[in-house]
Design a binder for this molecule. Structure first.
Ligand code: HEM
Length: 463
């Protein structure tokens, strides 16, 4: 891997000077629409190609300029040294309508305060409790997959991750109103998010009669909020710790106060959003990669046989499942679900030598960084061997960012590693996986990067 502390150079290898410069505009800008058609045609290739134009490039989404950071040293400035000069940006302002103002959208002091109050719900001891649910549910779902049969794993895994999240958030996930409310909300969530995240959302609000651009029905969100409020009231009434995540959100507090019921509701909705699509995409990509690599499966099986010896996987097994974690780490490098992250300058700031005014939008892509040949040798190649146990500590910082970094690092990172490891163990211990057809699996580029489909056949393991 490259030494990222070396002096930063421009696209043509010029050393960076101290005087603020302008970022070069990426080639291919078209009148009115800017680079939007190129983004639309193949966003992953377009964003990855920007590294050839320097550590920072400017693109236009329609008339809107956006700075793209292409170098890890500038990402480091953005996420750590200058983090306080940025908030999440216009798209996150719009997301407050379908999501409320939870940790993902919160800014400034509100973010800091909520982050501190939510941290205990993600402590090691707490995750050890959630791990039981993760293992049990993954085993139950994988057991239903008969040997010799073929399944599209994309919806299957999505159901699993939602099930796990519901059961870790709420000790009693069987509340029928909760199920109906979550289902209803999920059905409008995609539409709400698509609208909120579209560069044209401001127009959509003004043109509510255009089909497909109508604001989503607010009813499902209202119903989900109402059910959650009722559950919160029950919890508050007896003050018991039920071992779930919601209990922890209600029980934590300190000198800075505690979360109100309305804030807890927003955080629960944020967790539904942040903790399902990302995990299911990662698990689906992992099964995709291993189903094409018998040698990787053989090594996985060997490790699982040695460590588990036929037992169900549990939290205490995680440290010994070294190769399993390497496989997951390599999948998260090649297929980071959060492929594009964004910020907005909240005050004048110089980033990577480029002067930004308040309101300037800045994007960076973990996907592009993870596939940069200057940072990873043979970056398109899937190689779990890149991640020996101490590799993460030695890797130059900000070259591997599946969970982001700095004050907005994913709060669910340990939760996600635990769930992914236990689910991968559950799905592979007793079977071999092979692709069921030769149709290429394509990446679907949305807020999360996921496979469009994943038809796999389960076979009994070779002896
Ligand atoms: C493989 C799974 C996951 C991936 C790849 C992932 C990725 C990320 C990334 C990249 C960020 C930072 C976004 C930014 O800097 O703009 C983030 C933030 C966040 N994630 Fe995750 N995430 C995963 C799983 C989870 C889970 C399981 C939960 C909760 C149960 C969760 C909850 C959150 C929350 C609440 C934030 C906002 C943190 C803040 O702004 O302080 N994530 N995630």
């Amino acid at each position: 891997m490259r030494n990222i502390d070396a002096p930063l150079t421009g696209g043509q290898g010029r050393p960076r000077t101290d005087a603020p410069v302008r970022a070069p505009v990426a080639p291919g800008r078209m009148p009115l629409v800017g680079h939007a058609p190129r983004m639309r045609r193949d966003a992953l290739r377009f964003v990855s190609g920007l590294r050839h134009h320097g550590p920072m490039t400017k693109i236009y989404i329609g008339p809107r300029p956006v700075h793209i950071v292409n170098a890890p040293e500038v990402v480091r400035e953005l996420l750590t040294a200058h983090a306080r000069s940025f908030d999440k940006g216009g798209m996150f302002d719009a997301l407050r309508i379908p999501l409320g103002d939870g940790l993902i959208t919160a800014a400034g002091d509100r973010h800091l305060c909520h982050r501190r109050l939510m941290q205990p719900a993600f402590h090691h001891d707490r995750i050890a409790r959630y791990a039981r649910v993760m293992s049990e549910r993954s085993l139950a779902r994988s057991a239903a997959w008969e040997p010799g049969t073929t399944l599209d794993l994309v919806p299957e895994i999505h159901r699993l991750t939602l099930d796990i999240l519901l059961r870790t958030l709420f000790a009693d996930p069987h509340d029928p109103d909760l199920h109906t409310a979550v289902k209803g909300w999920l059905s409008v969530k995609y539409h709400s998010m698509r609208l909120a995240l579209s560069p044209l959302h401001a127009w959509a609000e003004r043109l509510p009669l255009v089909p497909g651009w109508r604001p989503p029905d607010p009813g499902p969100l209202r119903r989900l909020v109402a059910v959650q409020r009722r559950i919160i009231e029950t919890y508050r009434a007896d003050g018991r710790d039920r071992g779930d995540l919601l209990s922890m959100l209600l029980l934590t507090g300190g000198p800075q106060g505690s979360l109100t019921d309305a804030e807890v509701t927003d955080e629960l909705i944020t967790l539904f959003l942040a903790g399902t699509g990302t995990v299911s995409a990662s698990l689906a990509w992992t099964l995709y990669e291993i189903s094409r690599r018998p040698e990787v499966q053989r090594r996985l099986h060997e490790e699982l046989d040695t460590v588990l010896a036929g037992r169900p996987p549990g939290f205490e097994d995680l440290p010994a499942l070294v190769y399993t974690r390497q496989v997951l780490a390599e999948t998260l490098r090649l297929h980071p679900p959060s492929w594009l992250l964004m910020r907005r300058a909240a005050q004048p700031v110089t980033l990577g030598g480029v002067r930004l005014s308040p309101g300037a939008e800045v994007f960076f892509s973990p996907y592009a960084l993870h596939r940069d040949p200057q940072l990873y040798e043979n970056p398109e190649h899937f190689d779990p061997g890149r991640w020996p146990p101490d590799a993460a500590a030695k890797a130059p910082r900000h070259t591997y960012l599946p969970f982001g970094a700095g004050s907005r690092l994913c709060i669910g990172e340990d939760f996600a590693w635990t769930e992914l490891t236990l689910a991968l163990a559950a799905f592979t211990t007793r079977r071999s996986l092979t692709p069921a057809d030769t149709t290429p699996v394509r990446p679907l580029v949305g807020t999360v990067l996921r496979p469009d489909r994943l038809l796999l056949t389960a076979r009994p393991r070779p002896n």
